[in-house]
Write a protein that binds this ligand. Structure first.
Ligand code: 8OZ
Length: 361
């Protein structure tokens, strides 16, 4: 068997990826009126089309799914048309692109909820977290617990958004089960104290993520469906318990049984240390037979060594893709990487978005 390197072409379901380097989902808060991705978004993603796979910024499955200002949706005809421009631009450059579908759950604010309503959550437990609305960071609002009768509507919103993704020309979708948003909230004993079929046990806490993923996979095919998880990340007010290994080992087994195409794992604290909390990520890998997509704090060297050891199949880079549209070429040639400017990550226009140059030819 030849050794895997970051720069080999590889299969992902029915797709052939040009390399094993993935652009991680990155929130940029630049959607236009109607939460439609802008023409600039098409330029931004097309500039990064040399990635083996692009995963878009998190994208709302419904109006209720929103938690931040100016994040895009995929539930109106205008949003579908806006995304079509993005997928066309990426495909014209030979790239592949999945859309990340999210519902923020309790990480929201009444000012971005339909009718100013309270955000929804597994339980009425407020996160110790901030969101960004009206051009300011504010505490998230007090949520209300979803009624049992509302859960099928959540599943349906993901199914419909997945169908919309195919209409918009995406190669597949990633279900956002990470970073403290709705599906992750259900997975956590500290956010989910339900006593019905969606809380109280490992199986019950995983139920919504599994039902959503099954509905998406049924709609568009398991070969076009991926899921992202972040087992020990404290992102967005998540307080991991001592039982996350058992919880996520079960999640990996269930997702494996659905035959989805990849499991995307944020190893460690999202955007932070990889090893702050002990966790056996290889245990997930052993339970999940399809593609294991690793993320968080990877350098070229770490990615290559984990690939050689057979521990990972694809590696997602986030921050480095913001400042380096030609990241694949730079990693390949060992060229220096540009550093992103934190001040222009969230919101604004072309500055810090489409004006990071590729290396001169
Ligand atoms: C940064 C700012 C807002 C949202 C995530 C979608 O952490 C996000 C996000 C990141 O998954």
């Amino acid at each position: 068997m030849t050794e895997k390197t970051l720069f080999d072409a590889c299969a992902l379901g029915g797709l052939t990826l040009a390399n094993r380097i993935v652009m991680a989902p990155l929130t940029r808060n630049r959607a236009g009126a109607g939460l439609v991705p802008s023409a600039l978004a098409a330029t931004y993603y097309a500039q990064r089309a040399s990635a083996g796979l692009i995963i878009t910024e998190a994208t709302q499955v419904s109006a209720q799914a929103q938690g931040y200002q100016d994040t895009p949706g995929l539930y109106t005809p205008e949003q579908i048309a806006g995304w079509r421009q993005v997928t066309d631009a990426v495909h014209a450059k030979g790239g592949k692109i999945f859309v990340q579908l999210w519902h923020v759950g309790r990480v929201s604010h009444v000012s971005v909820q339909p009718g100013g309503a309270a955000p929804v959550a597994p339980s009425a437990i407020r996160a110790q977290a901030k969101t960004f609305v009206n051009n300011a960071f504010v505490d998230v609002s007090e949520p209300r617990a979803l009624a049992m009768e509302e859960i099928p509507g959540i599943v349906e919103s993901f199914r419909q958004a997945a169908a919309n993704a195919i209409t918009a020309g995406f190669d597949g979708v990633e279900v956002h089960g990470a970073n403290g948003y709705l599906l992750d909230q259900f997975l956590r004993e500290t956010a989910n104290v339900r006593t019905d079929a969606y809380g109280g046990s490992v199986e019950n806490r995983a139920r919504l993520l599994i039902e959503v993923t099954a509905a998406v996979a049924k709609e568009i095919g398991a070969g076009r469906t991926g899921v992202r998880i972040s087992p020990v990340s404290p992102a967005s007010g998540i307080v991991p318990s001592a039982h996350e290994q058992a919880q996520f080992d079960y999640v990996a087994e269930q997702l494996n049984a659905l035959g989805i195409v990849y499991l995307h794992v944020v190893e460690g604290a999202t955007g932070g240390p990889r090893d702050a909390t002990p966790f056996d990520f290889d245990a997930l890998r052993r339970r999940f037979q399809q593609t294991y997509l690793a993320n968080n704090g990877y350098t070229r060297d770490l990615a290559e060594s984990r690939l050689r050891e057979g521990k990972v199949d694809l590696v997602a880079f986030g921050h480095d893709f913001i400042a380096n549209p030609d990241l694949v070429e730079r990693l390949k040639t060992g060229a220096p990487l540009a550093q992103m400017n934190m001040a222009t990550v969230y919101g604004g226009g072309a500055a810090g978005y489409t004006d990071y140059p590729a290396l001169a030819a």
